[in-house]
Design a binder for this molecule. Structure first.
Ligand code: WQD
Length: 354
């Protein structure tokens, strides 16, 4: 019988790309989403890409513990990938209560239901933001976490610790037997993403930011298509080779495949510890200016941009040492930044009906 994976927040940017790769890998998938930060565009795109029209979709809020329990009673869930969370760094500074309430309650409900329905494997969507500002680069999973610079980043750190503690506490429960109505063990993996960018090569799913994009690549593609007047590059006076910030930009399909590898590790009993953390990045630093230049070159266009003051909260540079994920997950990022930026542009043109 095919193993079943619950993807909470599965109608969103990362969730929809992960759903495609899980289905392609032969898993049954249940998508749960409250649609607070997306519409059904990507979910419909997932069905077109996979040719699977009957993907169970549950419109629900993971902050509703009764709804989460009902979900775990309705389906035997072998693994959960938890994406359902708010993720706008700036908004989290303005509205901390909203962020702590939503991001923590939703994860606590998932973990409680995972435990009380026979146990479950839980994969948490964490972030490289937990490393904060550091000059010891690249960062490994042993690199120290820095005090979060936003409530958003703090919820990532807190949820990692919650998962770690629930895994430890349930080690004394009965062995994992998902779908039963008793307490079972919970095992956990936290994936620390660097900067997810790009879109599926089909141009049927991609990033759909609501309002003005916070993140670099959707702002670039919206500027190129004419939705935005001009890209502001926040700071060109950083201590980096070209003065602009450096990040580890990882292709969204590569990132999705890392999730399939991590789920496989859990379900195939290959974990070495009951709670594990992996950096999911390319290991290649790319500056804002290098990315802009690559976007112009691969898409044969000129982008309207200017240099602007630094954005508060930005770290100068961060990129991954992905050795552990490469070795233990048997996964490695493979797509070039040029292919990723070509796919991002194709998606933006698809949205514009071009
Ligand atoms: C990247 C670089 C900006 C926009 C955050 C979260 C991370 C993850 C991704 C949520 C920075 C510069 C950006 C613009 C610019 N979470 N930039 N002009 O801040 O590295 O990571 O988003 O999805 O957890 O921390 O990503 O894309 O916002 O910025 O110059 O209009 O691009 O200053 O140097 P960031 P980003």
């Amino acid at each position: 019988m095919a193993k079943r994976v619950l993807v909470s927040g599965g109608a969103g940017y990362i969730g929809s790309h992960v759903t495609v790769e899980l289905i392609n890998a032969g898993y049954e998938v249940v998508v749960a989403d409250n649609m607070s930060n997306c519409d059904l565009t990507c979910f419909e795109g997932v069905k077109k890409i996979t040719g699977k029209e009957d993907i169970p979709f549950e419109k629900m809020d993971c902050c509703d513990d009764a709804a989460v329990n009902a979900l775990f009673s309705k389906y035997r869930i072998d693994a959960v990938i938890h994406f359902a969370a708010f993720k706008a760094v700036g908004e989290s500074v303005a509205e901390p209560i909203k962020y702590y309430r939503n991001n923590l309650d939703s994860f606590l409900n998932i973990l409680e239901a995972a435990k009380t329905h026979g146990g479950c494997n839980v994969l948490f969507s964490s972030s490289a933001t937990v490393y904060g500002e550091t000059d010891r680069l690249p960062v490994t999973e042993q690199s120290p976490r820095q005090p979060a610079t936003s409530p958003y980043g703090n919820t990532k750190q807190i949820c990692e610790d919650i998962l770690r503690d629930v895994v430890k506490a349930t080690a004394s429960c009965d062995a994992m037997e998902p779908g039963t109505d008793r307490n079972g063990t919970v095992k956990g993996i936290a994936l620390r993403y660097f900067n997810p960018i790009g879109a599926h090569p089909s141009a049927l799913i991609g990033e759909l930011p609501r309002g003005v994009p916070n993140n670099l690549v959707p702002f670039i593609t919206q500027t190129a298509i004419g939705k935005r007047e001009c890209l502001s590059i926040f700071g060109n006076d950083y201590p980096t080779p070209d003065g602009t910030c450096q990040r580890d930009y990882i292709d969204i399909v590569d990132l999705a495949k890392a999730h399939v590898a991590a789920v496989g590790r859990m379900l195939d009993g290959k974990m070495k510890e009951s709670y594990e953390i992996f950096n999911v990045g390319t290991g290649r630093p790319v500056s804002v200016l290098e990315l802009v230049n690559a976007f112009e070159k691969v898409n044969n266009l000129k982008l309207n941009y200017k240099f602007a003051p630094r954005r508060p909260g930005d770290v100068t540079a961060i990129w991954a040492d992905p050795t552990l994920a490469n070795r233990e997950l048997g996964w490695k990022a493979g797509r070039s930044i040029e292919d990723t930026l070509a796919a991002a542009w194709a998606w933006e043109k698809h949205l514009a009906g071009k």
